[in-house]
Design a protein around this ligand. Structure first.
Ligand code: UDP
Length: 367
């Protein structure tokens, strides 16, 4: 890949000057983080990544090293393998950037159900440290939150000012939504009280190449199962639906939001309004891969834990995002599936069969 020339960037934010801007991505070797790094480099940014590789992977950013340190590149890509809990390292990186994309977080419903102590600690402490460091230097922070925060609200579609409807604390799933809601409160508090510029993005189910099914995400799981001829596992009755967004659309929105002065202090849904039932998704994956896999139903209590609560529908209202940055999703579901299938067919690493996530796995620091 040829490095892109650095380009001058003018933004609505008067505090930003050209060229090029420097972005720090926490969790930058994760699925979304690595796509974001790619998009920022292509737009002329200098990119710093911090990632502890607990769920991210060095392979996700291997192709970006062409932008970094060597004699034949333009020195715009740097990465540090470390935890965001390492305060001196994080402080140094914050010093060296203009904007922080905070994506490091525990990821995946299965991991959350199985390692709640680590999930809650990682999400809350990690964000607290990032905000504290950012505030010292008044660096803008884009906080990655999640559509999980809407919980089991029955509204369709979800709007940013809707009530959040969480289940009881004895049900582990809700700890994720709750920890992310605390992150949002904290970020908004920093904005209100200390004028730290923050933007909160609630990411809906994001899919694309490099996403692993290891932490329970449905599309890579289905594609892996279909390609390896194993049964495609639909949890519950399969009538629950999700709205999937292509990772390229998500990172484009994140970059634009970071450059939009009016977005500061605001919360945005980032998603794609098109909705599909999980059983129909299984059928689509089976058809797209030409697989002979059977589609099987697994009760939730077997898939996760006794009393697990799923949400029946989760659809974003993206009117606010359109209003602020003129956003339109470009990639629709069929193409998303094709891209994921192609990824696994051409070198993406399919999962070893039935690899369980145990409570002793390393802490996940990435979305
Ligand atoms: N799901 C499924 N089979 C799987 C993994 C997930 O049927 O192997 C379902 C899951 O129960 C949920 C939906 O697919 O209803 C999306 O799950 P995912 O973990 O990808 O994201 P969530 O929306 O739950 O955060």
């Amino acid at each position: 890949m040829t490095p892109h020339p650095a380009v001058a960037l003018r933004t609505p934010d008067s505090q930003w000057t050209d060229p090029p801007r420097r972005a720090l991505i926490t969790g930058g070797a994760g699925f979304i983080g690595s796509h974001l790094a790619e998009a920022l480099l292509a737009a002329g940014y200098e990119v710093l990544v911090i990632d502890d590789l607990s769920t991210g992977s060095i392979e996700n950013i291997d192709h970006l090293k062409v932008y970094g340190g060597g004699p034949s590149d333009d020195g715009r890509f740097h990465y540090v393998i470390d935890s965001i809990m390492n305060v001196p390292i994080l402080a140094e990186l914050v010093d060296r950037c203009d904007v922080i994309f905070h994506l490091a977080a525990a990821v995946g419903v299965r991991l959350i159900v199985e390692s709640p102590v680590r999930t809650i600690g990682t999400n809350i402490k990690g964000t607290e440290i990032v905000l504290e460091m950012a505030d010292k230097k008044k660096k803008k922070v884009i906080i990655a939150s999640t559509s999980e925060v809407y919980g089991k609200s029955s509204r369709v579609p979800f709007r940013e000012d809707d009530d959040l409807v969480l289940g009881p604390t004895v049900k582990g799933r809700w700890s994720y939504a709750c920890s992310k809601a605390v992150d949002e409160f904290l970020a908004l508090a920093y904005w209100k009280e200390k004028k730290l510029p923050v933007v909160i993005v609630r990411l809906f189910n994001t899919v694309g190449p490099r996403q692993t099914g290891r932490y329970g995400m449905v599309l890579p799981t289905f594609v892996n199962q279909a390609l390896s001829g194993r049964p495609i596992t639909v949890f519950g009755d399969g009538r629950q639906s999700r709205s999937f967004t292509y990772v390229g659309d998500v990172v484009r929105a994140l970059v634009k939001l970071a450059e939009c002065g009016d977005a500061v202090g605001e919360v945005f849904n980032v998603g794609n309004g098109a909705e599909i039932a999980i059983e129909d998704l299984a059928r689509m994956v089976k058809a797209k891969t030409g697989s002979r896999s059977a589609i099987v139903r697994i009760p939730y209590e077997k898939a996760y834990e006794e009393g697990f609560e799923d949400m029946p529908r989760r659809v974003p209202d993206i009117a606010k995002l359109k209003r602020y940055i003129g956003y339109e999703p470009r990639v629709q579901l069929e193409e998303m599936i094709e891209k994921v299938v192609e990824h696994f067919r051409t070198g993406g690493r399919p999962l070893p069969p039935e690899r369980p996530v145990s409570a002793t796995e390393p802490v996940s620091l990435h979305r």
